[in-house]
Design a protein around this ligand. Sequence first.
Ligand code: SF4
Length: 211
Amino acid sequence: MSTNESNNPSDFCHDSTEQRILVGLSKVSLALKSQSWQDAGRYGLSPTQVQILSLLQTKGHEGMGLSAVAEGLAVTPATASDAVRVLVEKGLVQKKPSPEDKRAIAITLTAKGQQLAIKTACWSDLLLDAVGELSELEQTVFLRGLIKMIRKLQEAGQIPISKMCVTCRFFQPNRYPNSDRPHHCALVDAPFGDRHLQIDCPDQIMINSRD
Ligand code: SF4
């Protein structure tokens, strides 16, 4: 073997741009995981428990069933059940009959859980600063790329469907071509640009939904 050859897999596994993007994303994901453990730990919770508070916050008084919580977080029903049990013990969530179906149980936030959900929803300055390193144009291109990747993974069933503009009944893409705000949100009847494409909009209604 010449001195230029190597047995180190990292020397030839990451040589395509696609692979290097994935390596980069895995490094960012490490920072996100570590930060979410720190943030959740500050309140004596696990990241899964914090995610449940955040998910329930989007549902208001209606709440969610246990299977919907598990599906929304892409965890097993047993994991969701354990996390919800701890949140009930801490007085952060409650179980009550669903307003839609009295035989079903809806999980909702208590007033204390609501307050904590708001506090834990804030990203740390460290992560925001890292995103702030990107210029406005870079952020817009990155956001578009992320939305494409998320959509592809959702279609493949690898991650839960989230409430994005691109899957929303109210989204009218490129209604105003050649404008800096080419898209239209029919819900608020206003144009908007790529920079404001939503990934988790509380008002989103899925295309083809019968709601
Ligand atoms: S309702 Fe929300 S998700 Fe739907 S198009 Fe408007 S901003 Fe996007």
